[in-house]
Design a protein around this ligand. Structure first.
Ligand SMILES: Cc1ncc(COP(=O)(O)O)c(C=O)c1O
Length: 475
């Protein structure tokens, strides 16, 4: 069987393209092409290489160790980034579909953000003072309008938003555990590094770096889209909250099956469990994120990254009921003001708030999603057509402005299946061949994201490059 079948789920812009077929490429050919692309990369990036090799004081030779994820052996150092275009120190220009893996979903340095930063830093002054500015209420009100939750607090990362919110839900419910879906990612939050192991029991996620406690003792875990397993685990009555992305985005994209999110909401209600949506990536679904897109009402939401256009920020929103339960616990002695474990000195600072106001008010406005999503659809359709032309058993999944391909078909239904479809050398070849031809996709899995500055020409250029890269693999 081969061909493309578009299956609409809930709405036209959450689409799976199933690509059937049995044909594959030869591994020797893949190895040879990867070798060639690596040689080309080294040859054409002498400045980036020199900077990398002379970075003797950087642990791992990069400012953050995950920057070593890029497939070429060393990352490109970049010089400029504007809109959807990055230029590196060797003078190469890239169309950027990685977009700081969502931190730059607003595009790089959009003019309103630059203006707001200049105003805050250069004119009004004061990055951080331990005092509020009027931007805070504006941003919180805008988040309320978009996501439907009335009360918001700020952090400097989505990780911290999750970390602090987990404390609040345990405080409000007096329950010790949380539940996550296998192979989810919510930042470096210890409790979340649990997967469903080969025997079906909770297991440490492979590669975990010395968590401060054994997360299998704090966390229940089930596969995404498995409502029976979720009901069973919540039935123990010890889970404070389910922490989930409404669609998984960090092990490829895994969409919720029709009715799954409503069933999750019902299972939470039936067991007195709170429901947290992590919208950090699923914000790509629309101006009110996947919460609005799927029309489900969580008790709390976390978000970060793109909200401030890449300026450090994060936020968590609480329902009126949850906020009241936290306040009740506060009146009995819980400390959310001083050293109780929620908050950070720089959280909610004036610069971060000014950035969020500029991005929400003038860049990621309600009207920009439609063209961003249309371009992501064109990307997804083009990738699916190329794979189908070669009879490759791959699948392409789209969530609003974000799309992703996986090396399996039909598209994985949960994190375990998606993890199993990973193919390191194939991914490295495609990623690096794209870099060598001026296109960036996320260095983690195969995600492409559009921003307001992404153009039809950018999308067409990706298609030309992708065709060339896959045609050569299959020749
Ligand atoms: C869904 C989700 N939540 C939270 C985070 C953590 O974000 P940050 O690293 O900016 O704290 C990520 C990062 O990729 C994410 O994908």
């Amino acid at each position: 069987m081969s061909g493309i079948f578009a299956l609409t789920i809930d709405h036209w812009f959450a689409i799976l393209f199933y690509i059937g077929g049995m044909k594959t490429f030869k591994n020797e050919r893949l190895a040879a092409l990867l070798e060639r692309e690596r040689a080309t990369y080294v040859e054409t990036h002498p400045q980036s290489r020199a900077l990398y090799e002379s970075a003797d004081h950087l642990f791992g030779r990069v400012p953050m160790t995950w920057m070593n994820k890029w497939a070429g052996g060393f990352p490109m150092s970049y010089d400029t980034a504007h809109g959807a275009i990055i230029t590196d120190v060797d003078g190469h220009t890239y169309i950027d579909f990685a977009l700081g893996d969502t931190g730059a979903m607003a595009g790089h340095s959009p003019e309103p953000l630059v203006r707001a930063m200049q105003q805050r830093l250069g004119v009004d002054g004061g990055v951080t003072t331990m005092l509020p500015t009027e931007d805070g209420e504006w941003v919180a009100a805008e988040l309320s309008r978009r996501f439907g939750l009335p009360s918001w607090s700020f952090s400097l990362s989505a990780t911290d938003a999750n970390r602090w919110l987990l404390r609040l839900v345990r405080l409000a419910t007096s329950r010790p555990k949380i539940l996550v879906f296998s192979y989810s990612y919510h930042g470096s939050v210890d409790e979340t590094f649990v997967v469903v192991g080969p025997d079906g029991a909770p297991a440490l996620r492979p590669g975990g770096v010395a968590p401060s406690f054994d997360p299998t003792t704090t966390t229940r875990v089930v596969e995404f889209n498995d409502i029976e397993a979720l009901q069973r685990e919540l039935g123990y009555g010890d889970v404070a909250a389910v922490l989930m992305e409404p669609a998984m985005t960090n092990i490829g994209i895994v969409l919720p099956q029709p009715g799954f999110l409503d069933a999750v909401r019902s299972a939470c209600d039936a067991t007195g469990t709170l429901l947290i949506f992590d919208e950090t990536h699923t914000f790509s679904a629309g101006p009110g994120g996947a919460t609005r897109f799927y029309n489900v009402s969580p008790d709390a939401i976390t978000i970060g990254k793109s909200l401030g256009g890449g300026v450090p920020c994060g936020a968590y929103g609480l329902s009126a009921d949850l906020a009241q339960r936290v306040l009740n616990a506060v009146s009995e002695g819980a400390d959310i003001v001083d050293v109780g474990g929620v908050g950070g000195t720089l959280a909610g600072n004036a610069m971060s708030l000014a950035a969020m106001r500029a991005v929400l008010g003038e860049v990621l406005t309600d009207d920009v999603w439609e063209p961003m999503i249309a371009r992501a659809t064109t990307l997804a359709e083009g990738i699916a057509a190329t794979a189908a032309r070669h009879d490759l058993p791959w699948s392409v999944t789209q969530l609003g402005a974000r799309c992703e391909y996986r090396f399996s078909s039909p598209a994985p239904r949960n994190g375990g299946e998606s993890a199993a479809s990973h193919d390191g050398p194939l991914e490295d070849y495609i990623h690096l061949a794209c870099v060598n031809r001026g296109v960036l996709i996320t260095p983690f899995h195969n995600m492409l994201l559009t921003c307001p500055a992404t153009t039809d020409e950018d999308v067409a250029a990706h298609q030309r490059v992708f065709d060339e890269v896959i045609d050569e693999l299959m020749a």
